[in-house]
Design a binder for this molecule. Structure first.
Ligand SMILES: *[C@@H]1O[C@H](CO)[C@@H](O)[C@H](O)[C@H]1NC(C)=O
Ligand SMILES: *[C@@H]1O[C@H](CO)[C@@H](O)[C@H](O)[C@H]1NC(C)=O
Length: 309
């Protein structure tokens, strides 16, 4: 059990982390990104694989190989995937999300041809590492996304949002109608998933995540803060309760959707996304959810000879 003073120190630490991340400096490569439509869409497929495996395993205890193995194109099965302990309503929502991701993979394969499924690490150990990094110390016991609905939703906060901001960043650069139509439709469902997860989490914003002295809202703030820090391109990610100046029209501290001053969605480039999902702020250094790196021309182009196949 944490004493009152250590809890207080933790809260101060979490607050200061939020302030630091509000001041993230855009010094890295954040500018427009050159690539053709096929490579951009195949890049996004990496995140669709992550979501497909994560959601189908969480809800059903099985993944892509049980439903549409051909879409994996021979890529290895994920590490550490398992069924989460969910309440019936959440489980049903996530089962549907899982099937949606399978449809997204099929649509991508049909339109531009697919990449092989990359090796994915969705083990509780990997989430535990991410959460330790977000709070800035080792959570005890280690964070387990599969333990219950609240943990699962908090962990899920880390997933569809990256797909959403990636699609928002992709559409303006797509050259032709077929690719724009596909990606606009992928974005629609992706942002819907993110909104549902965030609204479910907002309902629990002030609850403490069991066993930790940290509320759901604080977890979302530190995860968003970490992602801003890793991506190195200013604030494009906001938690569920924010300072007024980040709320819609500067009039609310609720932040059920993460968006900019005019409530427009943030956009991210492929290198920004890789810095986040690799967990280390470096698009050249695989890790996190993608221990051997993401697949497709864009992601592979950043890997050193050592990491290439
Ligand atoms: C448009 O893009 C799609 C998918 O990227 C591609 O298959 C198709 O050949 C492109 N069409 C034209 C006219 O360039
Ligand atoms: C909200 O505050 C920011 C500065 O923090 C300012 O740039 C923006 O114009 C304000 N928005 C409105 C609608 O007043």
């Amino acid at each position: 059990m944490a004493s009152a003073s250590t809890s207080y120190a933790r809260i101060l630490f979490l607050l200061s982390l939020q302030l630091i991340t509000v001041a993230v400096i855009a010094h890295h490569d954040c500018g427009p990104f050159e690539a053709n439509d096929r490579d951009r869409i195949q890049f996004a497929q990496n995140l669709e694989f992550l979501e497909a495996e994560y959601f189908t395993y969480d809800a059903l205890g099985k993944g892509l190989d049980a439903f549409a193995p051909e879409l994996a194109k021979g890529g290895p099965p994920p590490i550490g995937a398992r069924k989460a302990n969910l309440d019936p309503v959440t489980r049903q929502i996530i089962e549907e999300f899982g099937y949606q991701e399978i449809g997204h993979l099929r649509a991508i394969v049909t339109t531009v041809g697919g990449i092989p499924r990359p090796l994915l690490d969705i083990s509780s150990e990997n989430f535990a590492k991410l959460f330790d990094k977000a709070v800035g110390y080792c959570l005890d016991p280690p964070f387990d996304p599969y333990a219950d609905t609240a943990n699962f939703l908090t962990a899920s906060y880390a997933i569809p949002y990256m797909g959403l901001v990636g699609y928002v960043g992709t559409i303006p650069y797509l050259a032709n109608y077929t690719s724009r139509r596909l990606v606009a439709s992928l974005l629609g469902v992706e942002s819907g998933q993110d909104a549902v997860l965030r609204a479910l989490l907002y309902g629990k914003a002030c609850e403490k995540v069991v066993t930790y002295d940290i509320t759901v809202a604080d977890f979302t703030n530190v995860i968003s803060g970490l992602r801003n820090q890793l991506a190195k391109c200013d604030i494009k990610d906001e938690g569920l309760i924010v300072p007024l100046k980040l709320g819609a029209e500067n009039r609310t501290t609720s932040n059920i959707l993460s968006a900019d001053t005019n409530s427009l969605s943030y956009a991210r480039t492929p290198p920004e996304i890789l810095r986040v999902v690799y967990g280390d702020g470096d698009e050249h250094k695989p890790g996190g959810f993608f221990p051997e790196g993401a697949n497709g021309k864009i992601a592979r182009s950043y890997l050193s000879e050592h990491h290439k196949d």
